[in-house]
Design a protein around this ligand. Structure first.
Ligand code: GDP
Ligand code: MG
Length: 695
């Protein structure tokens, strides 16, 4: 992903020394050429899919906007040219409001970028062309990648490939399908050649009065900033009264740009787009009738939310049942490993403590977590299919009115849905929100969306204590999490005396058959993350837990109750007791769970020396142990433990991301305090009220 090679630095140096004929220079000095190309386009037009197809990367693709939040780089080559391709967040125009729009605009303007691949969704050309017209004004070499041609063909639409480039300043227009990987070579070929030939002058006909002003400003730009490469674009932006551009390139322009001409300029572009569409697009199809029909139910104002809950419920049912069937395989494997390791270690005569560390610490801690892979796999597979089919975007749409009422931007639900997978990317996705205030509020509630790391905790405790309705008990955590996220936002909104927020202007993508490659990349990335976590965080946490449970002030202890861990856990007992969690073992598990939520399970495994916590025997052993220590520990206590795990401080990785994204320790600390207090309060209320009924 990093292209800061020697070659590259050379090239930058060359750029500085060279003048406008720099490209010729580069060619003669260096046999293998190198260019930087940015993929820029609307959200959801397939930029990341194209990037992955061109570079062989595996970035996350999703059928909704706002997934790519940073510029990402990858390498490819074509003939004798090395190409660095940059993937950017989707934008609708070069006017910036959000962080991701700024990222993309900066990338488009970057002098390092030699050419732009403007990715457009050919099946909705009209909407996509607005950005294209703006990009053309930059004066950089642009190649139009007409993506999703498979969809265009399927729908029987026809695009005049001769007239379209003519109307767009004769830039190369290349039909491709990123998903089917067609047209990619032609695209690269066009990029390289177009890059060499440079940009033809492209003039959109503005009314004379505006055109004159543009030219005056352009002249002033060239005078004040002679090195500047996109003077015309800047002139237009100044005329649109773009604050940022005016700040970056201050000039006294008031005599020309006496007011904002933004409206006229926008109208002009749309009028031109209309003309282009008339001349180039035939058999324009309406939105597929089937999409409309399905949407009548799925985005229904009343039924939309229950349908969503039903679908999620079905997903968790699958996660449990199918996951459990697959689990058997892992169990046998783990038993063999753990038994084999013990035998080998005894055979070679290692000391007791080392055997205990390996078998009861590492294998129990890490191995136990690995047996949840089938569950995690099914969860991710289902989420990937829901995302890629276009359904998740509908969920955001359906939730929009709810979000507005609690003072969150409608866009906030997209990061929240990502939170079902992992909170870290979800927090990063809040960059799509417009104000810092909205971002922080969304960051505050996103961790309440149950991430996949919490799944093992739910699976284990609902299997152990709710044998008849494990899936329901676990699923309820997801519902409670969402409800609390929304309630928390509501309360904050009331406290701030905020008002309802703007509604979401999300465009609903068409439903489509999920793409096998996209799904594979998605699921594999998630599983890889999970395995990496098992090999790093959970591995280390298991060793630490083993240590604190096996050592005390007197050295190695026989009984864990004399260990450091027990001492630490006991400090928490009085606090946790009202929530029905008054056992030092739980205190230890919750503390260590901050490293990663799965570690709550690992620590029970290590605590009770259970090799495979996720097997029937393992669960029986844990329940037995808990009952011996605390005979009264029943389903209500287990439920409160699950609640606590859902709500208390998210894992360190999330906390670090929140700090990074908010840039404020104060905010991060306040948020952690809020979460701990909330977790305690909710589980205490549930336990106390529940005990009344049970008693
Ligand atoms: P981005 O937001 O521009 O990065 O778009 P993504 O790469 O995340 O893709 C958005 C959706 O469009 C995903 O569901 C892709 O699988 C799908 N997609 C991308 N390219 C094509 C294509 O050429 N044909 C079809 N049918 N779908 C595509
Ligand atoms: Mg993307």
């Amino acid at each position: 992903m990093n292209h800061n090679t020697q070659d590259d630095r050379n090239q930058k140096n060359r750029k500085e020394s060279a003048d406008n004929t720099g490209k010729e220079n580069r060619k003669s000095q260096n046999q293998k050429k190198h260019i930087n190309v940015a993929c820029i386009g609307n959200p959801n037009c397939g930029k990341t899919t194209l990037f992955n197809a061109l570079t062989g990367s595996r970035l996350k693709v999703a059928n909704w906007p706002g997934v790519t939040v940073e510029r990402m780089e990858g390498e490819t080559s074509y003939e004798d040219t090395d190409i660095t391709i940059v993937d950017t967040p989707g934008i609708y125009s070069l006017t910036c409001y959000t962080i991701e729009e700024k990222v993309t605009r900066k990338c488009a303007m970057d002098d390092d970028i030699d050419a732009i691949i403007n990715v457009v969704d050919a099946s909705s050309l009209e909407r996509n062309l607005y950005l294209t017209l703006q990009l053309l004004e930059l004066g950089k070499p642009i190649v139009l990648a007409l993506n999703m041609m498979d969809v265009v063909e399927e729908r029987g639409m026809e695009i005049d490939m001769h007239r379209l480039p003519e109307m767009l300043g004769n830039i190369p227009v290349v039909p491709v399908s990123a998903a089917r990987r067609t047209g990619l070579d032609i695209l690269l070929h066009a990029v390289i050649h177009h890059c060499e030939e440079g940009m033809e002058d492209y003039i959109l006909d503005y009314p004379t009065q505006i055109e004159e002003k543009i030219q005056t400003l352009e002249g002033m730009m060239q005078e004040s900033y002679p090195d500047h490469s996109s003077a015309r674009w800047h002139a237009i932006k100044i005329l649109e009264d773009d604050e940022e551009v005016k700040k970056e390139h201050p000039m006294s322009v008031i005599h020309v740009a006496d007011r904002s001409y933004e409206k006229e300029i926008i109208q002009c572009k749309y009028a031109y787009i209309e003309k282009v569409m008339k001349e180039t697009l035939f058999n324009k199809s309406k939105k597929a009738a089937s999409t409309d029909k399905i949407d009548r139910l799925l985005t229904h104002p009343v039924w939309g939310i229950p349908v969503f809950l039903l679908i999620m419920c079905f997903v968790f049912f699958l996660t449990f049942t199918v996951g459990d069937i697959l689990k058997g395989v892992f169990e046998t494997g783990l038993d063999a490993v753990s038994g084999g390791a013990a035998a080998i270690l005894q055979g070679i005569g290692v000391s007791g403590w080392l055997e205990s560390l390996i078998v009861e610490g590492i294998i129990a801690g890490v191995g136990g977590i690995l047996t949840f892979i089938p569950n995690i796999f099914i969860l991710f597979l289902a989420l990937a299919i829901l995302e890629d089919s276009g359904y998740m975007a509908r969920v955001a749409y359906v939730m929009d009115s709810v979000m507005g009422k609690v003072g969150l931007s409608g866009k906030a639900f997209l990061p929240m849905i990502l939170g079902f997978g992992c909170t870290v990317p979800a927090i990063m996705a809040t960059r799509a929100l417009e104000t810092e205030h909205d971002r922080r509020k969304t960051m505050l509630v996103t961790p309440f969306m149950s991430c996949s790391a919490r799944l093992p905790v739910y699976v284990l405790f609902s299997d152990m204590f709710f044998p008849d309705c494990a899936a329901v008990a676990a699923f309820s955590m997801y519902v409670v999490g969402m409800a609390i996220a929304i309630l928390a936002a509501l309360v904050i909104n009331r406290l701030e005396k905020g008002k309802a927020n703007d509604s979401l202007l999300i465009e609903l993508p068409e439903y489509k058959r999920p793409n096998a490659r996209t799904i594979r990349i998605y699921v594999w990335n998630k599983l890889k993350d999970y395995l990496t976590k098992a090999g790093t965080t959970i591995f280390i946490a298991s060793i630490v837990i083993w240590f604190v449970l096996n050592f005390g002030f007197t050295g190695m202890v026989e009984n864990p109750a004399d260990s450091f861990g027990a001492g630490l856990g006991r400090l928490l007992v009085p606090v946790l007791a009202p929530a029905g969690l008054g056992m030092w073992q739980i205190g230890v598990a919750l503390l260590s769970g901050i490293s990663a939520k799965e570690v709550v399970v690992s620590s029970f495994a290590v605590l009770f020396g259970v090799a495979n916590a996720n097997s029937d025997a393992g669960m029986a052993a844990i329940v037995d142990n808990i009952h011996q220590l605390n005979p009264g520990f029943g389903p209500l206590n287990a439920y409160c433990l699950m609640l606590f795990c859902l709500l208390y401080v998210p894992c360190v990785a999330t906390v670090a991301t929140i700090k990074k994204e908010s840039g404020s320790w104060k905010f991060t600390m306040k948020m952690m305090a809020f979460q701990i207090i909330l977790a305690w309060a909710v589980s205490t209320v549930v336990f106390q009220v529940g005990s009344l009924f049970a008693g």
